[in-house]
Design a protein around this ligand. Sequence first.
Ligand SMILES: NC(=O)c1ccc[n+]([C@@H]2O[C@H](COP(=O)([O-])OP(=O)(O)OC[C@H]3O[C@@H](n4cnc5c(N)ncnc54)[C@H](OP(=O)(O)O)[C@@H]3O)[C@@H](O)[C@H]2O)c1
Length: 365
Amino acid sequence: MDSFAFIIHPIDPKRDVTRKYPLLGKWLPVNAIHFVSRFWPPLYLSHITGARSAATGKEIEGWLIAVPYTAPRMLQLSPQEVYRKIIAAGRMAEELGAQVLGLGAYTAVVGDGGRTIAQELDIAVTTGDSYTAAVAVQALHLAAARMGIALQQTTVAVVGATGAVGGVVAQKLAREAGRILLVGRRRARLAEVGAQVQACAQGEVALSLDITDIREAGVVVTVTSAGGNLVRPEHLRRGAVVCDVSRPRDVSWQVAQARKDVLVFDGGLVRVPGAVDFGFNYGPPPDMTFGCVAETMALTFEGRFENYTLGKDLSLEKVEAIEALAAKHGFKLAALRSFERQLDDAMIDKIKLQARRSNDNIITK
Ligand SMILES: NC(=O)c1ccc[n+]([C@@H]2O[C@H](COP(=O)([O-])OP(=O)(O)OC[C@H]3O[C@@H](n4cnc5c(N)ncnc54)[C@H](OP(=O)(O)O)[C@@H]3O)[C@@H](O)[C@H]2O)c1
């Protein structure tokens, strides 16, 4: 049977360590988890079964493997040290028989976005970022339509536009946004991305190094490696739609508590075709997964064992090609989810009502 492996790592240290080691997770303080994570070897987590292509009926199998570094740990250590553990996890995937390896969350962010890791391994490697970008844009369309916002008539902000996913999401959204605002933290890189985005844009392209400028936007996609709590309640305009692709989340929990008028949702969740069993609770509901896992699975369904998405410069063509491939095999955008809860129509109507109770106009420049 064709097969894949996918690498994950702790996002919320206490919660995620408890999922694998209930007692350790309960008793170890967070600082100790960050410390110990440097020395813990890669871990086999589970055997994934039951995924079946809607197009061909082909069944595939896979494995979840953990690289037990927390996100802050990965950013503190040298990329070479982090690569060593990811490569060791990749060797485990090879021994299990996987033909393609997906890199989850910060294992794709660190260093050169998977290129060094792919060079060291004998199996194909993908970051999954192309399909992540495609699914984020699909989800954004759905959410904006539900809130009655036309992308052509609003400012669309992309926070982390200088990154791999952010850059290509910005190019895709620029084709339809009335105005696009690119937010980053390095002026020179932001200018480069701005020039690429300008080539596809139908409206004005604005650049900013200041997160508070997203208050101009009716629609926001946030996709950074900031490590959490970047987008706070005071940054968002009334009635804004916010797609948070980042893991750990960029949007602070305070937004859920303080801003009942904004629609915040997780970008990148899709439903898996067949009766999939991931064999381990790594976050999403049992029949759903992240875009990056789905990209790895779609390549396996298709028997395309190649380094599909690597590095930091993603191409729109590859984003569109993997979107078509995933749709062919039956991956579908999952219902919108916000802070671990599914958003139903009644909840979205309530948010709309809160948003209307203000004079602040959500249709901007
Ligand atoms: N949900 C999913 O399925 C899924 C899949 C893949 C990735 N992700 C998540 O998506 C995020 C981005 O991934 P990626 O592969 O695109 O990473 P990346 O290429 O490293 O891009 C991250 C970008 O965030 C920028 N950034 C960091 N802190 C910032 C801040 N305070 N303000 C503005 N920009 C900031 C970085 O700026 P510099 O260029 O200046 O460093 C970088 O350009 C990560 O959180 C990752 O875990 C989620």
